[in-house]
Design a protein around this ligand. Structure first.
Ligand code: CAA
Length: 396
């Protein structure tokens, strides 16, 4: 008998992330921009940003993030890999195929790449849930991996960062059961974009913040219209965090939209636990909201049985508000120590090294190029040959 998709509980069974091997602190950045460091620490809520070595990219980070998931659960039930990114490395081939190969997964898997700015991973998550509802025996690996890069000396520079999140989407998940409905909002705008010929994003900072907040209203109202949970039922909300102060602004805006005049928790109490990782990693575009969730789950707060909200925003723009319930058993399945160790192992770099890495690029004329081993991660980009990127394990 066919499964009734509405009766299947689906969601995030496992969740982990990886970031780069280097970081630039905002103290070091402030010494060169002349901005008061308080603007960075308190004004935008950032203290450091992850910077990739020459042999790290979206593939190496995503493979690094996904490896512990495959080690714990195996890859035999995965039928789909969805790779969300706005830092694509090829106009044709999906970055997830390199990850599939590095992880040694079986061939009977579909692999595709998705793009809609920072929203892409949420589209991937919803597609994954739909696939699992249709066939609860299948699992979907969702990867979100990005390197946020703006021009030096631009306002966006202080919000750079890099990370990958990996999620295993299954029936009867161990971490978060995801609900329907979703609230959706799309509006054509040019708040942030990156034409194919540029390595850095173009952005209208003020307009992008306004567009984000307009999308909070739009997605929330659609969510309510479709019978979503009232705001009071939500323990907190994981927001897309281009910089962590944005999540505080968004939460205040959501409370206004929901006509909440006396919230149960202060904004700092509600949002603080979701910002721990993004504060020191910076913007990771598609991965950002899922790092907020990881940070929340890894915090001391016991969330078992609580419902939480998610607000995903991708410039251009598309947004989605949805909710989930944290399972009573989630704590037994976390990877808190590994996440903290991953961040702690990053090596701080000085401003000159940062500037060198910011301008570094691979040759585009087909000449063979070797990249020396620098990463502390499991995988590295070892070079480029005949216009083909070469990946290998970091030890080889
Ligand atoms: N002490 C404490 N706070 C200070 C301070 C000081 N000494 N100096 C300034 N501040 C505060 C300001 O008051 C301001 O706070 P409010 O926003 O609450 O008013 C905050 O620090 C930032 O100051 P500015 O507005 O002067 O900063 P800026 O113009 O130089 O840059 C920015 C801010 C426009 C957001 C810039 O970082 C940027 O362009 N970022 C990239 C775009 C972005 O992240 N947009 C977010 C929405 S788009 C999105 O979400 C998609 C995505 O991932 C990109």
């Amino acid at each position: 008998m066919a499964t009734d998709p509405t009766q299947v509980t689906v969601g995030i069974h496992d969740l982990t992330f990886a970031t780069t091997s280097l970081c630039l602190t905002h103290e070091e950045l402030a010494r060169h921009t002349g901005a008061p460091v308080a603007k960075y620490h308190h004004g935008i809520g950032q203290t450091a940003m992850s910077i990739p070595t020459e042999d790290e990219d979206i593939v190496t980070m995503a493979a690094d993030a996904a490896t512990p998931i495959i080690e714990r659960h195996g890859g035999g039930r995965i039928r789909t890999i969805l790779f969300a990114t706005e830092t694509g490395i090829d106009q044709s081939k999906a970055a997830g195929i390199y990850v599939h190969s590095l992880l040694g997964l079986p061939p009977h898997i579909r692999v595709v790449e998705l793009k809609q700015a920072c929203y892409g991973a949420t589209a991937a998550l919803q597609l994954a849930c739909a696939l699992v509802r249709c066939d609860p025996a299948q699992q979907v690996l969702v990867l979100a991996s990005d390197i946020a890069r703006y021009d030096v000396d631009s306002p966006g520079e202080a919000t750079q960062g890099a990370a990958a999140a990996a999620m295993l989407i299954t029936a009867a998940p161990d971490l978060v059961e995801l609900h329907t409905p979703s609230g959706l909002f799309t509006r054509d705008g040019m708040d942030f974009w990156r034409p194919n010929y540029r390595t850095t994003a173009l952005v209208d900072g003020k307009a992008s913040s306004d567009a984000y907040l307009t999308a909070v209203d739009g997605a929330w109202h659609d969510y309510q219209t479709r019978g979503g949970l009232p705001f009071e039922k939500l323990r907190t909300v994981c927001y897309h965090q281009p910089f962590t102060r944005m999540a505080h602004k968004a939460h205040r805006r959501l409370q206004q939209a929901a006509s909440i005049t006396a919230p149960l928790h202060t904004t700092d109490d509600a949002i603080g636990p979701t910002t721990t990782y993004n504060q020191v990693i910076g913007n990771s575009y598609t991965a950002s909201m899922y790092l907020a969730l990881t940070s929340l789950l890894d915090s001391d707060t016991d969330l078992g049985g609580d419902s939480i909200g998610f607000f995903s925003y991708g410039s251009g723009s598309v947004a989605e508000f949805f909710t989930g319930t944290i399972t009573p058993r989630y704590r037994a399945h976390l990877r808190t120590e590994a996440h903290r160790a991953h961040i702690a192992r990053r090596q701080p770099i000085d401003y000159d090294t940062y500037r060198h890495l910011h301008t570094y690029s691979l040759p585009t004329d087909g000449t063979p190029h070797e990249v020396t081993r620098q990463t502390q991660g499991r995988y590295r980009l070892s070079g480029i040959r005949h216009h083909q990127r070469q990946y290998r394990t970091a030890q080889s």
